[in-house]
Design a protein around this ligand. Structure first.
Ligand code: ADP
Length: 509
């Protein structure tokens, strides 16, 4: 063995610890997002913004979350004041006034979160829209948010290397970094990644909001923030962010075409070198039938008996007829994107085939009315729950046999991934993340995890449901299919590593 002299110890030790210190200096990432679990949720974005930072922290990143302080969060989560106040210039008619924001904080799951409080903007029943439509002042609400973030950083609240922006609500952060705040010492040099969770929601407002943003008309051009005569926050983000990604590889391709590009395909194609696709993961500490506190019986791929209990209890809870009829679950925002009009149109036929159906969702009034009107005629065979109910969502995932997602487009989709884990077989339209994550079941080889159909039509969906029913009637094959899905791993582990790669790319590491 080589003898350690004081000389070798003295020489090697500092060199090793120095390089280690360099390696372990964490990348500081601020998540700018309109929602994040466990604080507030309207859809999949909250799942992602809640779970991804936790996984990033495990990989040595230092993540924090920056949110509006919506109604009720402060009391429920016992937020503490940071002592930081920001003032954001806002136009009221001809005058500029300084609106105050106070920043509160707390920590959950090892991740610090900051909350920007301004009751005029955020003390409301909903986050962005009521069932009748969007809040009329969403432009100023999220200008205040993005500019408030700049002021928070300036005030020394947190000094990120990267701001990871999510959707249109955070779309102005990259704009500010490269325009109004470009020479600010604490802000200059911050890199930005913009993640598109759903391209259809862009934050489009009237032209004069360019002044409310604080920019002059030279920014109101087709290559910057102008969009068919209006101002577009997401477009601003897409133009100014250093890198862009979306939540599946297929959707990253699709959005560069007129069919899925929502009129931004030109902007996205121009930036295709900087555009990536990273599939979302599932937080298995929340969604796991072996540990789920919301379900009446736990189960696993090794022992599926608990799933039968979950199904029987769920049918009882929903007032559905007892028996072995296969149960289709749907949990969804009730929006045109989700293809629920196709389900409504096919409902008679679906029930006629022997299926039962449960739909849990909230959203547009027209769907509330549609499903309410179907409740009585379908009594005992279908149940419609027009509410946002997380524990019930868990019970449906556990108790249903199939999960139906006939989405017109789907950037990633989380429910099909959750369903796989709960042995609930996904029947999905082959679009975006649904196509990337579900493999068609082939009875000949026993391979595959679900059923896919290509066209957004009743006929295509019914063909897939017929194939599913044939397999359901062969219990051995069905069990194989169920277990194939339960064995899949869609945890955040590998996707979080992909995000770290993008952060490193941004920082030239
Ligand atoms: P999107 O983000 O387009 O709404 P995703 O499939 O990506 O769709 O994510 C939806 C998330 O929101 C899932 O976790 C789903 O369970 C949940 N969800 C949607 N609607 C409801 C509801 N009415 N009650 C409970 N959870 C819901």
């Amino acid at each position: 063995m080589r003898k350690k002299t004081s000389e070798t110890i003295g020489k090697t030790k500092p060199a090793v610890s120095k390089s280690r210190a360099r390696k372990t200096k964490p990348i500081k990432v601020l998540f700018a997002t309109g929602e994040a679990l466990p604080y507030v949720k309207t859809g999949g974005l909250a799942d992602v913004a809640g779970a991804l930072p936790v996984e990033l922290a495990r990989l040595g990143v230092e993540p924090v979350i920056f949110l509006p302080e919506y109604r009720g969060i402060r009391e429920k989560f016992n937020l503490e004041p940071t002592g930081i106040k920001v003032w954001v210039p806002i136009l009221e008619y001809e005058n500029t006034v300084l609106k105050e924001g106070e920043v509160f904080t707390t920590e959950r799951n090892g991740v610090r979160a900051f909350f920007l409080k301004n009751d005029e903007f955020y003390d409301r029943e909903y986050l962005y829209s009521t069932p009748q439509g969007d809040y009329k002042d969403n432009a100023v609400r999220f200008i205040f948010y993005a500019r408030g973030l700049m002021e928070f950083i300036k005030a020394g609240g947190f000094s990120p290397d990267v701001i990871h922006c999510h959707d249109w609500q955070a779309g102005l952060a990259p704009v500010y970094i490269k325009t109004l705040y470009k020479d600010e010492p604490g802000i200059k040099g911050i890199k930005t990644l913009l993640t598109i969770h759903n391209l259809a929601y862009q934050g489009i407002f009237w032209a004069f909001d360019i002044k409310q943003i604080g920019l002059d008309w030279s920014y109101f051009t087709p290559d910057l923030l102008e969009f068919y005569g209006q101002v577009n926050f997401l477009k601003g983000g897409l133009v100014y962010a250093d890198l862009i990604n979306t939540v599946s590889k297929k959707y990253a391709e699709e959005i560069q075409t007129p069919e899925f590009g929502c009129k931004l395909e030109g902007v996205l194609t121009a930036r295709r070198q900087d555009l990536f696709g990273i599939v979302n993961g599932i937080d298995y500490s929340v969604w796991n039938p072996e540990t789920d506190e919301h379900i009446p019986a736990k189960f696993s791929a090794k022992d599926l008996s608990g799933k039968k209990v979950c199904k029987a209890e769920l049918k009882k809870e929903l007032g559905l007829e007892h028996g072995d009829a296969p149960l289709i679950g749907i949990i969804s925002r009730l929006a045109d994107q989700k293809g629920l009009d196709i389900v409504a149109e096919s409902l008679d036929e679906i029930l006629g085939m022997g299926y039962q159906v449960v739909i849990l969702g909230t959203g547009q009034d027209k769907y509330h009315n549609l499903f309410k009107s179907l409740a009585e005629p379908c009594k005992g065979k279908a149940s419609f729950r027009i509410e946002f109910n997380d524990p019930l969502a868990h019970r449906i995932e556990a108790g249903a046999d199939l999960f139906l997602m006939p989405s017109r487009y789907e950037p990633c989709g989380l429910n099909q991934l959750i369903s796989l884990k709960y042995g609930t077989v996904p029947v999905v339209r082959a679009t975006g993340g649904l196509d990337d994550t579900i493999e068609n079941f082939d009875p000949a080889t026993g391979k595959g995890t679900g059923f896919k159909f290509v066209d957004a039509t009743k006929e295509a969906m019914m063909t897939a449901l017929k194939s599913a029913l044939e397999i359901y009637r062969q219990p051995k094959l069905w069990e194989k299919l169920v277990k194939n899905g339960m064995k899949k791993d869609f945890s955040w582990k590998s996707s979080a590593k992909e995000y770290v790669k993008l952060y490193k790319k941004l920082l030239g590491k």
